[in-house]
Ligand binder design. Structure first.
Ligand SMILES: Cc1cc2nc3c(=O)[nH]c(=O)nc-3n(C[C@H](O)[C@H](O)[C@H](O)COP(=O)(O)O)c2cc1C
Length: 323
């Protein structure tokens, strides 16, 4: 095992490496979460796509049976009422609760110090709001990322230092990170860790069809596309016949009543669970260009830590030449 990477984020979360697996709707269940946490990162169970509070309780029990390490539960806000599932997470004393896509303030009040709160945002303004609402740390997602994005098309490289300047709580860099060089770059930009989605979808433990994982390995950044722009909820996917048709309808002026059924969770499941990508949309970021194979999630974490240490040695040699 590589030496720990200690930042305020890794200390706060009680983890060896400041590598957080994003809440991945339908993809991140107990197996993935436990594998990431057992390797020294922070795994998360995604509540999106889970079948109610008791299903969440069962996933939490599976994680606890596999590892004593800290882990999180991720809640997208806005679309469904999270009250009952959040109550389960609090009853079960889950160490970290992640909130995204909505106003976290009332939920942070309800959590009231019973778990560490990570809020996923995009940019300095939302970061400040999350800090004022009582978040313990934020993850800021740049334009390269997979899944839902900010409205400003701002890249991770520019966004991370701006968010670091805007708040005093620890910041995780997210969007386009998939290896140790990305981790090291994030730390260099002032972040205190990373949050990653796409890389962990291409892992053995992810609940994703083999064809989805293989598509991530084979895709280039140009094979991703953004959908749902007209709904002001842009999200990055693998470009498929389905997403091309969806974007053509958006361009032709289709309204929410036509678009919303086309982007329902059940349609996402056709790709995630059944691997019929041409009939579905599946989330993925430009980091696909960095993914060469499907790996065990623990190996992804271990490799990143090794690569970050080796990368630092390389940088030291450049910055402090001895010859
Ligand atoms: C398949 C998939 C599903 C996602 N679902 C969620 C989710 O339910 N909640 C959430 O906070 N973020 C979700 N995200 C965003 C990730 O947590 C993370 O912020 C993003 O993937 C970072 O960019 P990257 O893919 O380049 O690593 C999802 C991303 C992907 C790829």
């Amino acid at each position: 095992m590589s030496a720990p990477i200690l930042t305020r984020a890794s200390r706060l979360l009680g983890i060896r490496y400041p590598i957080v697996q994003g809440g991945l709707a339908r993809v991140a269940r107990a197996e993935l979460c436990a594998a990431v946490s057992a390797a020294g990162g922070l795994g998360q169970i995604a509540t999106a796509g889970l079948d109610g509070p008791e299903a969440l309780r069962a996933e939490i029990a599976k994680v606890r049976a596999a590892t004593d390490a800290p882990f999180g539960v991720n809640f997208p806000l806005g679309r469904t009422d999270i009250t009952a599932m959040l109550e389960v997470a609090l009853e079960e004393a889950v160490p970290v609760i992640a909130l995204t896509a909505g106003n976290p303030a009332p939920w942070i009040k309800r959590i009231a110090g019973r778990a560490k709160v990570l809020v996923l945002i995009a940019g300095p303004e939302l970061a400040k709001k999350a800090e004022a609402a009582g978040a313990d740390l934020v993850a800021t997602v740049g334009y390269e990322g997979g899944g839902h994005l900010g409205l400003g098309d701002e890249t991770t490289m520019v966004m991370v230092p701006r968010v670091v300047r805007a708040v005093s709580i620890p910041v995780l860099a997210s969007g386009g990170i998939a290896d140790g060089a990305g981790l090291l770059a994030a730390l260099a930009l002032g972040a205190e860790g990373v949050e990653m989605g796409t890389r962990f979808v291409a892992s053995v433990e992810a609940r994703a069809h083999a064809r989805y994982k293989q598509a991530l390995v084979e895709s280039q950044p140009q094979d991703t596309a953004i959908i749902k722009r007209s709904l002001r909820q842009p999200g990055r996917v693998i470009r498929t016949a389905y997403t091309e048709a969806l974007n053509a309808r958006e361009a032709a002026g289709a309204g929410p009543e036509e678009l919303v059924p086309l982007i329902a969770g059940e349609v996402n499941e056709i790709g995630v669970g059944e691997g019929r990508l041409a009939e579905s949309y599946v989330w993925a970021g430009q980091a696909v260009g960095l993914i060469e194979e499907v790996l065990p999630a623990g190996e992804i974490v271990a490799r990143m830590a090794r690569e970050a240490h080796a990368g630092l040695a390389r940088l030291r040699a450049m910055l402090q030449p001895t010859g």
